[in-house]
Design a protein around this ligand. Sequence first.
Ligand code: FAD
Length: 476
Amino acid sequence: MDRRLLPATTLRLFNRRFNSTVSTATVLQTLKPEPAALTIVNLDDHRKLFASVSTSKLLRSSINLGLASNETFVDFGMWVMNSRLMETSLVRDVILKTVKHTMFEHFCAGETTEEAGECVRKIHDAGLRGMLVYAVEHTGDNTGCDRNLEGFLRCVEFSKSLPPSSVSFLIAKITAICPIGLLRRVSDLLRWQYKDPSFNLPWKLHTLPIFSTSSPLYHTLQKPPPLTPEEELDLELAHRRLQKLCQKCVQESVPLLIDAEYTSLQPAIDYFTYSSAIKHNQDGNPIVYGTVQAYLKDAKERLFMASKAAEKLGVPMGFKLVRGAYMSSETESASSLGYDSPIHNSIDETHACYNDYAGFLLKRIANGNDAVVFATHNIDSGKLAACRARNLGIQKGNRRLEFAQLYGMSEALSFGLRNAGFQVSKYLPYGPVDMVMPYLLRRAEENRGLLSTSNIDRVLMWKELKRRIKSLEFGK
Ligand SMILES: Cc1cc2nc3c(=O)[nH]c(=O)nc-3n(C[C@H](O)[C@H](O)[C@H](O)COP(=O)(O)OP(=O)(O)OC[C@H]3O[C@@H](n4cnc5c(N)ncnc54)[C@H](O)[C@@H]3O)c2cc1C
């Protein structure tokens, strides 16, 4: 891996200061009493929440989350990783080892498929399921894409050896199996065709709607040249990779969930996802799921259109609903081109949209359409969705409804939803430490500062640790 582990954008992110004058009391206010209807998911009883977690794991998690929320510690770590010190192999080894025993151990499931499998077994014993994430992303050439595909296929094959239903999904990023430059080109061409429907794309397969009238089109300001024969061949190879992966997932009955990434590439990602879903989502249950980012201003229309179009075709569709993880880069890239950010102007709008789309998807599930994964650490969204599901009569074991949190994050919410009888998965990235570094950096960004979601976990974990110490319950 390149010595400079952090791209410039990420570095700027890490230099950004958050409001660090917020007290623990502010965090505790988040745990305020609430309307009775929302108490289906109970996060007050820390003893019950963490009953399946050993004291040593609880202690390590609290320490790691504490470190991740400490801005000085994170800034220092980032500075070291970008300094010339990393050129010295001894220093580099020490740094990567430190990362491995702190952030990596906390947020990742291991370095190998076998270690990830071990992690799946543990969380399955605790009543949760695992989303297996071979954490490759952003590949430049076909050789790298072929190698990544082998990794994904190995992962699906390996899932057979794990307890039945302990693996809920295989997660993949399209940027791992299609060269990123080609994804950019295909996105440009799809955008241009949306602007000018007479623009012919001879390679284009049957898909669901990708754009809406509010979709950002500023990434493509000029008519792009058609794909060259080499590019068309590369596109065909990328399709073949995805089809091979889909077939393997169908064969092993492991649904495939495609992550969402940057808006510059998302049209091509959606195109790959939807064209594969049309082909493989048969027999009632979806096998290929896409991801919708609620922080995007055009997400609502796109979700409604895709969902309705799939229904019309008789294709069961699955969606993972997230807020979105690429906020700073989206805003930066739009403003560098002189356009407004494609992301909602306020966090409250994003929250409202997330809950609104969740309601829409739950109604569809109640009517026997679509399937959804509510991927969120937001306690209000989690509780609200759980409450609505119950009110709509969606049965606890319904396979079309899943909640998910990242491994090492929002443990309280995961256990609270599990205790309320819902299916809950943890997103388990694995791979060598330097390979998962971009993922770890996004987690460091998300967890830093006293207002991060993880602070609720820390408060509850400390309460439980104190309780165990008081009652001398060390054996757990
Ligand atoms: C299982 C799982 C899978 C995921 N997969 C993906 C994926 O495929 N693609 C992807 O992009 N993300 C993915 N994410 C990450 C997710 O999008 C969020 O980054 C993260 O989970 C935070 O959102 P939240 O729902 O947990 O809610 P919260 O914890 O309430 O999120 C708040 C965060 O939302 C962000 N935000 C959104 N909109 C705004 C706005 N308008 N103004 C200010 N801040 C805003 C801020 O960073 C803020 O800190 C995934 C998350 C999970 C749990």
